[in-house]
Write a protein that binds this ligand. Sequence first.
Ligand code: LLP
Length: 454
Amino acid sequence: MSNMKEQALLRVVEEKTPLRVVNEDLEIGKVKCVDLASEYGTPLFVFDEETIRENCKRLRSSFSNYTGEVKICYAFKANSNLSILRIIKEEGCGADVASYGEIYAALKAGYDVKDIVFNGNAKKDNEIRYAIENGIYLIVDSLDEFKKIEKISKEKGITKIAFRINPEINLISTWSTSTTESKFGISLSKSPEIFELAKKSHHVEPIGIHFHIGSQITDPKIYCDVLDKIINKMREIKSLGIDIEILDIGGGFPIPYLLFSYIDTKNAQRKKELSASYDMKKFGNNLANFIKQKLEQESLQIPTLIVEPGRYIVGNSSILLVSVQTVKDRNGVKYVAVDAGCNILQDCWTYNWFFECVAISKTGAYDKKCHIVGPLCDSGDILGKNRKLPDVKRGDILAFLQVGAYQLEQQSNFNLFPKSAAVLVNAGQHYWIRERETPDDMLSHDIIPPHLKK
Ligand code: LLP
């Protein structure tokens, strides 16, 4: 690690990720990355337990000046591995779930039903029934869904619900869910009508209001602007005789993705979105104050505040270890092919996401320009275009950083490549948290009808 530039780069990595440089080796959770790669094989997601716990604690303390109750309901879609869910539950968080499977996982991981919120815009009857039978609170996305829930509730008793409101703000962001064009929620202007309708029901009780602006939201002011509109509507809703007991502001808190080899100068907006961060403590405090003052101003009671962070809790907690399979030069371009593709880091495909990459088993200056590609039979299988790495060779280990949110979750078996396995590290200890898939695992749900068995 003699090169000054490389040292500076690794200092930034240490600041934003659980990787640490110890005696010229890169470690995570006090375990050498090369040892993890040789013991467990690659590709391998490595999650650092301590980082997840710290993120939960920081988030909780950020909202500590709110006068009412605050519930952190972790968004399972970011990562629903059972061990990760257990850690987050131990930190006192609840769950934001969006499918039968996620409800099942929440119950299996021991989450208290009082701390589970059920989101989603196309809930099936069996999912609604499952939630109601377990006493789970539902967030309703449309009038149509409300009617469905009301009908099912008739058989079961009274169901407590919130409505998901779409504030329809014209936010320029790749991951926005609250524009006029988004599929989610009920228009803000229509919200009093639907609350009034729900109030007349004998089977549902409307007690909450929910919104979720989007993911990796770069500007905290956007939450305040939306809250201003929402709380104004709460006043209108109160005049109908409905007190809002739960105010759920969704997730979307960003993490600063490392971009030291980002060279796409044409896409400044993307760079701004990816590198965004804010001081969570300051932001949470300001937000809690804003809500309190606005509620007071409108003479409204203090509701329970729910936040549904996903990325913020797990995003920076994990790295993906991969090994270089081949290196080639074609027409002056260097291709470094590794054993994980866009089937594993799906967001590289879907959103042209940028995950920074460092060399684990190689020292030297980051001055060799290359494309890092995967093994899939698809020319779009590129994990990093125009990156700079040391002079890596077949067998070297690389790590993609900040891959803890949405990646383990979104993997596929395209080309019948197995999904990546995962381990958890904590203070020098390491454990499997997801086994490696075998070819039989991948084919285990395929059925051959009798006439094809000959
Ligand atoms: N609440 C609701 C209702 C959501 O839909 C989401 C994320 C969250 C909370 C958590 O958002 P977070 O705090 O993680 O930003 N596919 C994209 C991300 C999609 C986010 C979906 N909804 C990705 O891979 O990055």
